[in-house]
Design a protein around this ligand. Structure first.
Ligand code: PLP
Length: 484
């Protein structure tokens, strides 16, 4: 590969973009060592350039975010936390971690921030353990807690395990849009604690706060958890906090999906989790548009224990990713970010409105956030078939259960659509209308074959749809500054 010299030859000095030079140089350099890996990176760029990215949990990070991860910071071990390390020579990592913490505290107005989690799942695990250790304060735990580590007998450990690991978690059910880490039976969260789920109302598919309250008063969870992966509505965190207080629970929010909408002040007042929750976890790569990673914000009282996330539950922090997080948080602190966040929601509402106008049911009848879930049952196909047909038409999105889905989580009856990435490209409501029509055309001309996976789509419609996608992406190109 020789992308850099071609770029330099085809551009004048003034129009050259330093990030693009670095990007192309890195591709050229990698391809000399491993043409396979460079080829896959290039192919991914081509794929993303030729498909509409509508996966609700994905976005396009800036080149600054991407480049901050591609350097020697990856070589550094820095177990511990800023200015308190188990390794020597960490002052530069300290500076990076502190910058990321300061930026994110400013962004969300949080008392305490921990920017090390490698992922949203890690952030949740650390938060659960922090709450268990901090809040399970029986006289027995206190007595054992006073012992030195080498004084603890096997029996003491068994007692501690029983006391700490026998607590209750109440989170949103997977079927209603909750996440696997919120107590799903195949996730550690349900092994660590007794997990109960609240579901959406069977008729409206909306959260029923009174029903959640009844359940919380019955189950008395140590942790009441709010947050979702596929619920299209804003949550009233003030009301959830009230429930947590009544039930004597710690109130935790997982804002992995909608962190960008909180940062961008779309979710304010009762709908902003930060003032209401004791602990807030997040990812950094969805609506927040940073690198892949996790984040914890908390009331000060949890700070000491959360700072012990490594080694409590996590391996060494990733300094290169923390550097990229700092840059993403700084980007989100800019005045333009609230406009981006508001546009994400306007686009999701325009998409939902047009799909409904075309006769496609949208769960809860619309959306308040960046995602919507469409029910494809009326087309006689499963979500899996819809996902496949739309991917063939160059739209990337994923199948998703609708509440109480008879097809289960593998085949599903629905698809989840998100607007964060398309909004980053600059698309607006007019483009959402075009996309809704493409989706409708494809679903209408797709027929199920003999099982729940296979399908056939009318050739002519497929051709028309891919042409429309191509036109849209020509007008709103993906990383246009990278000229390859
Ligand atoms: N929490 C929620 C609500 C999510 O939607 C996700 C991922 O989709 C996660 C946590 C886990 O994030 P990660 O994939 O970074 O572990």
């Amino acid at each position: 590969m020789d992308f850099l010299s071609k770029y330099l030859q085809s551009t004048g000095e003034k129009e050259r973009n330093k990030a693009v030079i670095a990007y192309l140089a890195s591709l050229d350099y990698i391809s000399a060592d491993s043409p396979k890996i460079a080829g896959s990176i290039l192919q991914e760029l081509k794929d993303q350039r030729s498909h509409l990215k509508m996966i609700a949990s994905e976005n396009y990070s800036s080149l600054a975010v991407q480049l901050a991860m591609g350097n020697l910071l990856t070589d550094k071990y820095a177990e511990g936390f800023a200015n308190h390390r188990f390794y020597a020579g960490c002052s530069n990592v300290d500076a990076i971690e502190e910058e990321a913490i300061n930026q994110v505290k400013q962004l969300f107005g949080a008392e305490f921030a921990y920017v090390q989690p490698h992922s949203g799942a890690d952030a949740n695990l650390i938060a659960f353990l922090a709450i268990l250790i901090e809040k399970v304060q029986t006289p027995e735990v206190e007595r054992l807690g006073k012992k030195k580590v080498d004084e603890l007998s096997a029996e003491d450990y068994e007692t501690l395990r029983k006391l700490l690991m026998n607590q209750t978690l109440l989170g949103m059910g997977l079927n209603s849009g909750g996440h696997l880490t919120h107590g799903y039976r195949h996730n550690l969260s349900s092994k660590l604690m007794r997990a109960f789920s609240y579901e959406v109302d069977p008729k409206t598919h909306l959260l029923d706060y009174d029903a959640i309250e009844r359940m919380a008063l019955e189950t008395k969870p140590l942790i009441l958890l709010a947050g979702y992966s596929a619920y299209p509505r804003a949550i009233n965190f003030a009301r959830m906090k009230e429930i947590a207080v009544k039930a004597g629970s710690v109130f935790m929010v997982d804002m992995a999906h909608f962190a960008g909408l909180v940062a961008g002040k779309v979710f304010k007042g009762d709908f902003d989790p930060i003032p209401h929750a004791d602990i807030v976890t997040s990812t950094t790569h969805k609506t927040l548009r940073g690198p892949r990673g996790g984040l914890i914000l908390a009331k000060k009282e949890f700070g000491d224990i959360i700072n012990k996330g490594c080694p409590l539950a996590m391996g060494g922090p990733l300094p290169h990713v923390m550097a990229a997080k700092a840059i993403a948080f700084q980007e989100a602190n800019k005045p333009s970010f609230p406009h981006y966040a508001a546009q994400i929601v306007q686009n999701a509402q325009a998409l939902a409105g047009e799909l409904m106008r075309l006769g496609i049911p949208i769960t809860t009848g619309g959306t308040d956030n960046h995602l919507l879930v469409a029910d494809v049952t009326s087309f006689g196909i499963t979500g899996r078939q819809a996902e496949g047909a739309l991917r063939a038409a160059k739209l990337t999105l994923n199948r998703n259960t609708i509440p109480f889905d008879p097809q289960g989580p593998w085949y599903t009856s629905g698809i989840r659509l998100g607007t964060p990435a398309l909004t980053t490209l600059g698309m607006g409501p007019a483009e959402m209308k075009i996309i809704a029509k493409v989706i409708h055309d494809i679903l209408k001309s797709t027929k199920a074959k003999e099982d729940r996976s296979r399908f056939v789509t009318e050739e002519k419609t497929l051709l028309g749809a891919t042409q429309q996608v191509e036109e849209l992406l020509a007008t709103f190109p993906v990383y246009p500054e990278i000229r390859i």
